[in-house]
Design a protein around this ligand. Sequence first.
Ligand SMILES: [Fe+2]
Length: 183
Amino acid sequence: MTREEMLNSVKANVENNNLVKHMLATEAIMRSLARRLGEDEEEWGLTGLLHDIDMELTGGDMNNHSKLGADLARELGASEATAHAILCHNETHGVPLETKLDKALFCVDPLTGLIIAAALVRPNKRLAGLETRSVKKKFKEKSFAAGVNRQQISQCSQVGLELDEFIELGLEAMKGIAADLGL
Ligand SMILES: [Fe+2]
């Protein structure tokens, strides 16, 4: 299945446009991270694109979320590595992060939320002009976008990136698809 077909499948299963955008943002950062680390860009991108495909189908039931997602990803033809990364990105299942791909999805997932929140408080509500140091500052302000798990983002060290580089890479990747994100 092509990337476009997978995106269509995401859209068929997810009504909330913000959730679709979250997956597009995750895809963009995962691609960029794969490029940086010399990993499989296609596989890492699809992992990001598909990772929350079951969110509405499971109705917020965290005991099911990502189990169904991993199954759906397999049905769409994604690799076993992708299915595993999707399964363990939900800590509820207690499946340990094993591969670099598992660890990457885990830390990229909350980074998208921090960057979107940082863009939305700017006067123009856009990513253009948003700087890494502003996002870093927001990272340190615990009350800002309090639902964003900082500790999870910090696990970028597990894939070999410093927090600053990670935020910069994520921000640049999201700027690259700003139009798709409506930001
Ligand atoms: Fe997510």
